[in-house]
Write a protein that binds this ligand. Structure first.
Ligand code: GDP
Ligand code: MG
Length: 677
């Protein structure tokens, strides 16, 4: 044969996992030892055979038969394995146990079951039964190895083995065979040391008859009474010549037989899909260990339950693995987000981490029990989303903050530009801040339409905050504008009012109030025309106009007060009096002559001047229309129409009289002086 002859490596049961063999097909592993313990190294061994990730793309074959019937020899020839072969010179008994190898250059796991003929040696049949269970639960093909001379020996040990196989199979697959398609097994009978005197066809007929007889004699549960052997098994037969006596033919026939395990195109290719037990390669170790444990503790072997347990275990493992990279990825953005940073393209990243993790999970886990796979997938989605959700919410929070900052700085900049339109500035800043938030929030959504990724409420809050900032800004700006208008108002009334107050006529207050109302109308117009860009409410406008009026009035009153302080009013009285007493109608200074009516002139001038005190004392226009222009008296702190009090008027009168008297005496004296000259 073509197989390289490997040095047989020592049994690996104590060695954990990997070996130094570069050719991993040379490794073999005792998966169940003679103390019926299951190895903990199978999973690693399957990995180092390179089969871990092949999914269903592998096959499993086991052998059954009496001891020393050349089973291991056959397996090594067929699959290039290196199972122990009994040393011909010593004829030593090999130990009990189950061994596994990987077929050379093929995705085939081969199990060699040793020591299965306890009945011949009067031992208990415990191991035989257990290994049969174990093999059937996992193998697609069971090679039944027997000598030609054992054929027809119905009472022989091999028939006892087959009875065991059948019984075990009924227990395993009996009830479920209808529901599940992948619980058929091929029994491949290999008749050894075929001399050729009896043709294979005859041997096959004898064996088939024997098998049916065995099947019929099985005590089957009532509900399975009608089941036939062929409901569960396909049968196939082949014969091999004597290995030593016809060694050339033996080798060539073995080679032909090998083709049935390797050449998928052959009609008699043995690994038909119907035989596959549908255990993904990465779950084989866990599954087998579970089966063996059940077998060991003599529990009923319920394969669907085993497969579900396997699925749970593996889906959890796969899920955990799928999360490792995902957790690293999501962690990388956790800090920046907590620090308040808006991460560009966060949504795209999150969606990609999530779908990568899910596809890592799906790739392996989807091969397992569908119910379990889906349930665990939903759990995984939950874990993924609950990891991403804080990032999403943090991003929203940061976007919200950034939008507010950009709104503020855009409005501040806009309001610095000469001739700005408040509504425009705020409107543009608001639109761009909201768009910035909405775009960012939309981008960060992981699953469209899912309740966990809503951002409308956050947008609503942002809008509220922007609105309140805008309101505050508007108030501030309105206030500034009202102040400016007030300053302007003061400037505008200063000169005319000064002038008007210095000319006491009966219309003095009409003049002053007209100046006031005209200037106020200008101011109000100016306010309203600017306020249009502020989007102020009517109420706010009314309020601002009222303020403006009040301040304008106060400004006017301040002006009036300034012009009517004692000294100012006395100056006004004095010059009014002098104009009338010391100057004649033509404005020429009088030189009093003794005949002049000094007394009469003095009295007249003094009386008209004294009348001015009551003119200045209260704002009383002649035109009744103008009486309505000042604000109503007594409102708030609004100064009213009274400029100075009665007492004040009396006091001013007294002071003026003293001054006037002095002028009178001076005038009198001047005539005396004139006479004296
Ligand atoms: P196992 O116990 O069934 O695994 O048998 P082994 O493969 O260890 O072989 C037991 C003995 O039978 C060894 O000495 C082999 O050389 C010999 N042997 C192997 N194949 C054949 C065969 O086809 N015919 C005969 N007569 N002996 C064989
Ligand atoms: Mg052997």
């Amino acid at each position: 044969l073509n197989f390289p002859t490997h040095a047989v490596s020592p049994p690996k049961r104590a060695v954990n996992g990997h070996s130094n063999h570069t050719n991993h097909t040379a490794d073999r592993l005792q998966i169940v030892n003679d103390e019926k313990q299951f190895t903990s190294d199978l999973s690693d061994q399957i990995s180092s055979w390179g089969l871990r990730d092949v999914g269903f793309d592998y096959n499993l074959v086991a052998v059954f038969g009496s001891q020393s019937t050349g089973k291991s020899t056959l397996l090594n020839r067929l699959f290039g394995t290196n199972f122990d072969v009994m040393d011909e010179s010593k004829r030593q008994q090999t130990t009990k146990g189950i061994w596994m190898c990987r077929g050379h250059d093929m995705n085939v796991l081969v199990m060699d079951v040793e020591g299965t003929d306890g009945r011949e040696r009067g031992e208990d049949q415990d191991f035989e039964r257990k290994s049969a269970l174990f093999s059937l639960a996992s193998s697609e093909v069971l090679i039944v190895n027997l000598w030609e001379h054992q054929v027809g020996l119905y009472q022989g040990a091999n028939m006892g083995l087959l009875k065991t196989v059948f019984e075990v199979n009924l227990g395993l697959f009996g009830k479920k065979s209808q529901e599940s398609s992948n619980q058929r097994t091929l029994l491949l009978f290999v008749i050894r040391d075929h001399i050729g005197a009896t043709p294979l066809a005859n041997l096959q007929a004898t064996l088939t008859a024997d098998l049916h007889r065995i099947w019929d004699t099985l005590s089957k549960p009532a509900e399975l009474q009608d089941r036939k052997l062929t409901d569960y098994f396909d049968l196939s037969f082949t014969a091999l010549p004597h290995k030593i006596l016809a060694s050339d033919r033996f080798e060539s026939d073995v080679r032909t037989l090998r083709g049935r395990f390797t050449d998928k195109s052959r009609d008699d290719f043995v690994f038909k899909p119907a035989y596959h037990k549908r255990i993904p390669a990465d779950g084989v170790a866990f599954y087998m260990e579970g089966i063996w444990e059940q077998v060991q503790t003599n529990k009923d072997l319920d394969l669907p339950t085993q497969q579900e347990l396997l699925a749970q275990f593996r889906c959890d493992e796969i899920s955990t693995n799928a999360l490792v990279e995902f957790n690293d990825q999501s962690k990388s953005q956790k800090r920046p987000i907590e620090a308040g940073k808006v991460i560009d393209g966060l949504g795209e990243m999150m969606r990609s981490w999530r779908s990568q993790a899910l596809s890592r999970y799906d790739r392996e886990a989807s091969r397992y029990h569908q119910g379990v796979y889906k349930r665990k997938r939903a759990d995984l989605v939950g874990t993924l989303d609950s990891t991403l959700s804080p990032l999403f919410l943090g991003q929203l929070k940061n976007l919200h903050k950034a939008a507010l900052v950009s709104f503020k700085s855009a409005t501040v900049a806009g309001l610095k530009v000469e001739g700005y339109n408040f509504a425009d500035v705020v409107g543009k800043a608001r639109a761009s801040a909201e768009a910035r938030f909405s775009d960012g929030a939309q981008e960060a959504v992981v699953t469209e339409g899912d309740a966990s990724w809503q951002w409308e409420e956050e947008l609503r809050l942002l809008r509220e905050e922007i609105q309140s900032i805008a309101d505050q800004l508007r108030k501030d700006e309105t206030k500034k504008m009202v102040n400016a208008i007030e300053r302007n108002f003061k400037k505008q009334i200063a000169e005319p009012v000064d002038l008007q107050l210095s000319r006491p006529t009966p219309e003095i207050w009409d003049n002053v109030l007209r100046t006031y109302t005209d200037t106020l109308a200008d101011s109000e117009y100016s306010y309203l025309s600017k306020a249009r860009s502020f989007d102020c409410t009517d109420e706010e406008n009314d309020q601002a106009v009222a303020t403006l009026r009040q301040r304008a009035w106060a400004a006017l009153r301040a002006k009036i007060d300034e012009q009517t302080v004692d000294t100012a009013i006395l100056t006004k009285l004095r010059s009014y009096f002098e104009e009338r007493f010391r100057y004649d109608e033509q404005g020429v200074p009088r030189v009093w002559k003794p005949d002049d009516d000094i007394d009469g002139a003095f009295k007249k001038a003094k009386d008209v001047t004294l009348e001015l005190i009551s003119l200045y004392a209260k704002i009383v226009p002649q035109d009744p229309e103008l009486a309505y222009t000042p604000p109503e008296d007594g409102e708030d702190d609004t100064p009213g129409l009274v400029v100075f009090s009665e007492t004040k008027a009396l006091e001013l009168g007294a002071r003026f009289r003293r001054e006037a008297d002095a002028h009178y005496i001076e005038a009198k004296r001047s005539t005396v002086v004139g006479i004296a000259q």
